[in-house]
Design a protein around this ligand. Structure first.
Ligand code: C2E
Ligand code: CA
Ligand code: CA
Length: 719
């Protein structure tokens, strides 16, 4: 556009200059024309006193007096006015007198002028006829005639002349012409250098000269000098003043500078706008990339997953008509994140993403995506179910390999939900939902599991939703109760009870806390349920003597701001002694590196509650936790106890845990003790407290109260 504007500007300037010059030239031409006319007029005037003169009529027309003719015409006009040729042509067209450059000449010398004079005579004779005979005139009244003259240009022997014909007629009318056609005086003056220079000087014309004809090609301009019949005799030519061009000439440098400036500005604008456009495009690309990719791992996100999956389903491959979708969840990501910090978590996610990317590279039509958190998706085309199962196995293997990072060895692993769909499935979200349901089941089954989607999972999912609704109602109604499982020492004396929550649904019957507690944690009901437990347990156990009471507290409760304060409030309201209570926390409850958790922890400890680390040994970083949180006791997880007697490692492990507890000066108890053999091995390992079906199943409040009563009576009897 700028270039176009510049070009237009240049064209406009050139056009204007041209127009300007044209007008100037036209004006100069008309000035020269009228100037030359005026020059002719003046020449005419020079002759007038000679021809309009009674004496000339008498001495030239009526009879030719040569002396008079020489004195007053030939010589006079030549010497004073520069007419080189003077002739007299009488009424019959005869040349009666010829005088050239100061000398008499023969009548033949008139020949070259005959043609033009013939033409000039026409208007003269016409005017003479119109004037008619001369009337005698009274003395002293001044001229009675007007001069009758005609002139034109002629070329004679290569020289251009102004040729003038003037009728000789009386001025006062004292003498009458001889006949109706009087003698005509013909005078010629050359258009020579002298005349041209004088004219040029007067009109400031540059290089004025005569050319044979107007020359249209050069930068000169001209006016035509014509014979009376209109034929061009010569051209008066000069170099015209061209003010536009002069102006342009003067303006060229500034103009070029201005144009250069403009061009530069234009160029800069174009470049700048180019850069801006590039930047816009780039930022749009970035935005698009952001909209479709996960910023941490740079993997496609859910939106792009859906887009690609839809494309894959719409155009099934001939050899791989099925699409397998793997929903992958890292098993212990949260623990890594919580114990080692977000940087370690990010690092881990990036490594896992890279591994999945590598894996996808080897599969037909495969790609991977991150759905958020520690959840990934791997999609691949497949020939059959077996191929998808193989892929899932490879995926599991790849992710199981520990990650060596600057944060140490990270050992996570994953659970995988798998679904296989064909092109009849149009909605990507349906496939994802199936894989997600399968994943949910895989996680429920434990770590490192691969689970394929099955139809019944929909139903299970529905059931879960129904259960959630029921749980909500149950909490509203307080439709839970507690049972208490004894903890005994080596002698078999009950030293404590663990409160365990029970829920009997009118339709579904007894539902295990192993089922509904995780559900409550997921759907946010655990805080309400937790408070219910605290209130109920404190109320029921306040008056128990000689036994401690253990209460399970969920990780979510520990993470809730103000949880400890609320607990203390409830404890105070119930009027219990915190020193008699154990709070059982799983390792995950303490893993969260949050300030709230440690605040809650410290507050509970300060008030005198004892803290027991439940399910000890199953977590990720048991040792670190022991170091960080001053717990009072650890509870060996029942999985270790169950293995006792089955393998030597179990004994070694339990032995190690007991030693660890001793070195930290902590109490130690084993849960899930079902056999005497287990108990014996535990005692051998140095553990002297037990909980399990062997020493007492969870019992109702009534049974516990009864047992308490019995114990009191026994005590009294002994006393
Ligand atoms: P937990 O804290 O490890 O509780 C011990 C579980 O082991 C109880 O299952 C108990 O009935 C079971 N058990 C006791 N002795 C034996 C045995 O000899 N062999 C076997 N196989 N199992 C035994 P329960 O009552 O079904 O509770 C399951 C889990 O639910 C608990 O595990 C605890 O994590 C959670 N839970 C129960 N009540 C509450 C509660 O009030 N609040 C919270 N936050 N969680 C609770
Ligand atoms: Ca417990
Ligand atoms: Ca436990």
């Amino acid at each position: 556009m700028t270039l176009g504007a510049l070009a237009l500007l240049v064209i406009l300037v050139v056009f204007l200059v041209d127009r300007f010059d044209e007008t100037a030239i036209a004006r100069e031409q008309s000035m020269v024309e009228s100037g030359f006319d005026q020059q002719m007029h003046q020449l005419n005037e020079l002759v007038v006193p000679q021809v309009d003169w009674d004496k000339a009529v008498a001495k030239v027309d009526r009879t030719l007096d040569l002396d008079f003719a020489d004195l007053d015409f030939g010589n006079q006009l030549y010497t004073f006015d520069g007419f080189t040729h003077s002739f007299f042509v009488d009424g019959d067209g005869r040349v009666t007198y010829a005088y050239i450059k100061g000398r008499h000449a023969p009548a033949e010398s008139f020949a070259p002028f005959r043609r033009i004079v013939k033409q000039l005579l026409v208007p003269i004779r016409t005017a003479e006829a119109r004037r008619g005979p001369i009337k005698p005139h009274a003395q002293g009244k001044g001229p009675i005639t007007k001069p009758i003259q005609a002139n034109g240009f002629a070329r004679v022997d290569g020289q251009v002349y102004v040729v003038m014909a003037s009728l000789i007629q009386p001025d006062l009318g004292l003498v009458q012409p001889k006949g109706p056609r009087a003698t005509v005086s013909v005078n010629a003056i050359p258009v020579d250098r002298t005349m041209l220079d004088a004219f040029a000087a007067r009109y400031l014309l540059d290089d004025l000269k005569l050319l044979p004809s107007p020359d249209p090609i050069t930068d000169r301009t001209s006016i035509a000098l014509r014979a009376p019949d209109g034929t061009v005799v010569a051209a008066l030519s000069w170099i015209p003043r061209q003010p536009g061009s002069v102006l342009l000439h003067r303006m060229v440098m500034p103009l070029i500078a201005a144009i250069a400036m403009l061009a530069l500005v234009g160029w800069t604008i174009v470049r700048r706008s180019g850069v801006v456009v590039d930047e816009l495009l780039a930022s749009e690309m970035r935005a698009r990339h952001l909209a479709y990719h996960d910023t941490l791992t740079l993997l496609p996100n859910r939106a792009l997953l859906f887009e690609r999956l839809r494309a894959l389903l719409a155009a099934p491959s001939l050899h791989h008509p099925l699409v397998g979708m793997l929903c992958i969840d890292l098993d212990r990501f949260k623990e890594v994140n919580d114990t080692l910090g977000h940087q370690a978590g990010d690092e881990l996610l990036k490594v896992m993403a890279d591994r999945l990317r590598m894996l996808a590279r080897a599969e037909p039509g495969a790609f991977t995506a991150r759905l958020g958190g520690d959840e990934f998706v791997l999609v691949a085309q497949a020939r059959d179910h077996a191929a998808v199962a193989g892929l899932a196995q490879r995926c599991l293997g790849v992710l199981l390999t520990p990650v060596d990072s600057e944060f140490g060895r990270l050992d996570v692993g994953c659970s995988i939900g798998v679904t296989v769909v064909d092109s009849t499935v149009r909605e990507p979200s349906l496939a994802l939902r199936q894989a997600d349901l399968a994943l949910y089941r895989a996680k429920a089954r434990g770590r490192g599991c691969i689970t394929f989607y099955e139809q019944e999972m929909e139903a299970a999912f529905q059931t879960r939703r129904v259960l959630e609704a029921k749980l909500r109602t149950a909490l509203d109604l307080g439709a839970f109760h507690l049972v208490y499982q004894p903890q005994v020492d080596a002698a078999g004396t009950i030293c404590a009870y663990e409160a365990l929550l029970r829920w009997d649904d009118p339709e579904m019957g007894a539902i295990s806390p192993a089922t509904f507690i995780p559900l409550a944690e997921e759907c946010g009901l655990i805080l309400g349920i937790g408070e219910f437990v605290l209130r109920r347990v404190f109320a029921q156990s306040r008056d128990w003597r000689g036994v401690r009471v253990a209460i399970n507290v969920s990780a979510i409760q520990m993470r809730a701001p103000g949880f400890a304060a609320r607990l203390i409030q409830i404890a105070a309201a119930a009027g219990i002694d915190p020193a008699r209570y154990d709070i059982e926390l799983t390792e995950t409850a303490l893993l969260t590196d949050s300030l709230t958790t440690s605040e809650n922890f410290s507050a509970l400890k300060r008030l005198g509650f004892a803290i027991v680390l439940d399910d000890f040994g199953t977590g990720y970083s048991s040792l670190r936790l022991l170091h960080r949180f001053r717990v009072d006791k650890i509870k060996i997880d029942r999985s270790f106890v169950a293995d006792l007697g089955q393998s030597n490692e179990a004994e070694t492990l339990v032995g190690a845990i007991v030693k660890l507890a001793r070195s930290f000066h902590l109490g130690v108890i084993a849960e899930g003790v079902e056999t005497e053999a287990q108990k014996a091995l535990l005692i051998a390992a140095g553990c002297h407290e037990f909980q399990g079906y062997l020493t007492g199943r969870p019992a109702s409040l009534a049974a516990i109260t009864q047992a308490q009563e019995d114990a009191r009576i026994r005590e009294l009897r002994r006393a």
